[in-house]
Design a protein around this ligand. Structure first.
Ligand code: HEM
Ligand code: SF4
Ligand code: SF4
Length: 388
């Protein structure tokens, strides 16, 4: 029987002959590691990355970006690997995949010039945008002289007229949707996975909504700071994700109330928009706070340390949005309402504006990779060996 080293050398030689050259050192590193893993296959049951890897003998650029976005950075394969650093093979799957993911976001970004923002200091950018916008909106409100006159009985639109708000936020949100949509369409075109059946789409949605691949493959969860498994990241992510969706639903319901039924805010504490917003806001405080805590203590070999500012910038914006939103609800009848409203709107605007150029992109590209995997599973590519 051949040794693993011999198999690896053979696979690498095969790859070197057939694989179009990866266009960056980070892509080449994923290609190198996948050749080793494809010979070893110890981690086959951990997540979708390893079975998808076995559908390939060589790793072209699109394969590398597909696998990178399929990886959920759970850390299980790093902690299980006998070839992990300090072994000379230096196999670190989650780190190599994380480095390529930021290249996916950058390479497919629209407009292309803004793609570089993914590699800038995301934390500073996010906070600077939020502060700048909050200050600008405060200034607008001050110029209107509205809140100097005392409590406004929660009448937000006395400060910012409803139509102005809807127009400003609608335009920025639409831009974010278009920018992310164009990026992921380009990614999808390069992946060419073929049509998605209903079953494949339902499975991908299910895997994304449950965050299936943050369970470490055995249901006990990820590795965070050490070899112990924990479901904490999955649970905090659920609170964040569903909190975000609930806040978004609250805004949609309030917009329908306004335009369809002509019911004007402020709404009662027991109304649907306020209940959805409050529950979502609480989830969006606890979830991101927990994710930040885990991010700060994560094992140094997990993921890519250079992306921490981007991750933390996104988490900080989510926290700023949720905390300022809940504070606005609590003090909406007081004289502080104007200032709180300006801070909240500034944070929401900064979040919307940075959605296509920060960590939020992971949801879109990971969703696409999960869908591709569900399609590919049903129609595995032919390897062209052993009569296949
Ligand atoms: C298809 C949907 C989504 C999937 C499959 C997904 C998956 C993941 C995974 C696997 C991680 C952990 C690994 C990493 O650090 O990259 C993560 C991190 C994170 N996700 Fe999501 N996500 C989705 C959507 C969202 C949405 C909509 C939000 C919030 C609006 C969100 C917020 C976060 C945050 C704040 C982190 C940062 C955690 C950290 O830095 O440690 N995700 N997501
Ligand atoms: S990560 Fe390590 S143990 Fe897992 S398949 Fe790759 S080489 Fe094998
Ligand atoms: S880090 Fe987790 S999700 Fe990523 S390849 Fe390893 S086992 Fe799979």
């Amino acid at each position: 029987m051949q040794s693993l080293e011999a198999l690896t050398r053979e696979a690498a030689a095969l790859g070197a002959n057939q694989m179009p050259a990866a266009s960056s050192a980070d892509e080449a590193e994923v290609g190198r590691i996948m050749q080793i893993c494809n010979a070893c296959r110890y981690c086959e049951g951990f997540c979708a990355v390893f079975p998808a890897m076995t559908h390939r003998l060589t790793f072209a650029k699109n394969d590398i970006h597909f696998l990178a976005n399929l990886c959920h950075n759970c850390g299980a394969c790093l902690h299980a690997c006998q070839y992990a650093p300090p072994h000379e093979f230096a196999v670190n799957v989650p780190q190599a995949m994380a480095r390529v993911r930021v290249e996916t976001y950058t390479d497919y970004a629209w407009p292309a010039a803004l793609g570089a923002l993914y590699k800038r200091n995301g934390l500073t950018l996010a906070l600077a945008a939020a502060t700048g916008l909050a200050l600008f909106l405060s200034l607008v409100a001050l110029i209107q002289g509205q809140w100097a006159s005392g409590p406004l009985a929660a009448n937000f639109y006395a400060i910012f007229p409803h139509d102005t708000l809807a127009l400003m936020f609608g335009a920025v949100f639409l831009f974010a949707v278009v920018a992310l949509g164009i990026g992921v369409r380009r990614f999808w075109r390069d992946q060419a996975p073929g049509p998605a059946s209903g079953g494949a789409a339902a499975e991908a949605a299910h895997d994304a909504l449950r965050l299936k691949y943050l369970d470490g493959g055995h249901g006990q969860g990820c590795n965070e700071s050490d070899d112990a498994f924990t479901l904490a990241r999955r649970r905090f992510h659920h609170l964040t994700f569903y909190g975000f969706l609930s806040c978004f639903a609250a805004t949609c319901v309030a917009t329908l109330y306004h335009y369809l039924f002509d019911w004007q805010a402020p709404y009662a504490l027991t109304s649907l928009p306020v209940v959805l917003g409050t529950l979502g806001g609480i989830g969006l405080v606890i979830g991101p706070a927990g994710l930040l805590w885990l991010n700060l203590r994560r094992h140094p070999l997990h993921g890519d340390a250079r992306q921490k500012p981007m991750d933390r910038g996104f988490i900080a914006l989510l926290l700023l949005v949720s905390i300022s939103g809940l504070a606005l609800l609590a003090w909406r009848e007081s004289a502080a309402m104007g200032v709180l409203l300006a801070i909240h709107l500034g944070a929401v605007m900064a979040l919307f504006a940075t959605l296509p150029y920060g960590k939020f992109a992971h949801g879109v590209y990971r969703g696409a990779a999960l869908l591709k995997w569900s399609i590919e599973k049903r129609h595995p590519p032919r390897l062209g060996v052993g009569g296949e």
